[in-house]
Design a protein around this ligand. Structure first.
Ligand SMILES: [Zn+2]
Length: 217
C-alpha cells in the first residue's frame, strides 16, 4: 500500500498536470474529449441535461462548453470548435438546444426594425471591433440574428453543419439533442408531432408571424 507521502506526491503531480493541461495540446484534453454547444438560456442546465460536469470540480472538467443565443452555428462557435477539435484533443461534439427558446419568440425582421428605430445602422456595423474584416453583406443583418422557426429542425441542421464543416475533422462524433424545459428531460430532435406534444418548439406557438429570414439558404 502506498504511503500517504506517496499519495500526496501523486495528487500534486496530477493537479499540476491538470492545471497546465492546455500546454500539452492534443495530449492534454478535457476529461471526455468533448465540446458542448448549448443555448445560453438559464433554463437549460447543461450538466444535468447531459449527465456530465462541465468545469468542476478542480482536477476534473468533462468538456469545453460554448454557449450562445440558441446554441446555433455562428462564426465564433465554428472558431471554438475548430480550436478544440484540431488542437486540444477533442473528439466529440454535443449540441443542446431546447424548447421554449427565446430564439423562437420573435421574427428577426422585427428585431432588426426595432434596432433601426433606436438609431442603429444595421447595414453598416462593425461586428467585432478587433476584427473589422469580419463583415456582413448589406441586408444580411436579420439573418445574422439567427432566430428560429422550429427548434428541432434547427438542431438537425446544426448537427449537419458541424459534420460537414471543413474546419471540423471527419472523425469527430457529432450529435444534437433537445432539452424539454416543460418536462425536464432530454430527447432527440424529431419532426414527429406526437413526440413534441406539450412542448413549445415552433415560433408560431409564440405568435410569431411569417418565416424567419432563411439563414440556411
Ligand atoms: Zn434558448
Amino acid at each position: 500500500m502506498a504511503t500517504l507521502k506517496e499519495q500526496i506526491e501523486d495528487r500534486l503531480r496530477e493537479y499540476d498536470h491538470w492545471a497546465t493541461r492546455r500546454r500539452y495540446g492534443a495530449e492534454g484534453p478535457n476529461n471526455r474529449r468533448l465540446w458542448v454547444l448549448a443555448c445560453m438560456d438559464e433554463r437549460l442546465p447543461v450538466d444535468e441535461a447531459l449527465g456530465i460536469r462541465v468545469d468542476t470540480p478542480a482536477g476534473a472538467g468533462d468538456a469545453h462548453c460554448f454557449r450562445n443565443a440558441g446554441g446555433i452555428v455562428t462564426d465564433d462557435a465554428i472558431r471554438s470548435a475548430m480550436l478544440t477539435c484540431n488542437f486540444f484533443g477533442t473528439e466529440e461534439i454535443v449540441i443542446v438546444q431546447h424548447t421554449q427558446c427565446g430564439m423562437l419568440s420573435a421574427n428577426a425582421v422585427d428585431l432588426e426594425a426595432a434596432l433601426k428605430k433606436k438609431g442603429v445602422d444595421t447595414d453598416n456595423l462593425t461586428l467585432d471591433p478587433t476584427l473589422p474584416e469580419l463583415k456582413l453583406e448589406r441586408g444580411a443583418f436579420a439573418k445574422w440574428i439567427g432566430m428560429m422557426d422550429d427548434v428541432d429542425e434547427t438542431c438537425m441542421r446544426t448537427i449537419a453543419a458541424f459534420r460537414n464543416h471543413p474546419l471540423i475533422p471527419q472523425h469527430v462524433v457529432v450529435s444534437g439533442w433537445i432539452w424539454e424545459v416543460e418536462t425536464r428531460r432530454l430527447r432527440a430532435p424529431t419532426k414527429e408531432a406526437e413526440k413534441r406534444a406539450r412542448t413549445d418548439v415552433r415560433a408560431v406557438q409564440f405568435g410569431v408571424k411569417g418565416k424567419q429570414p432563411a439563414r440556411w439558404a
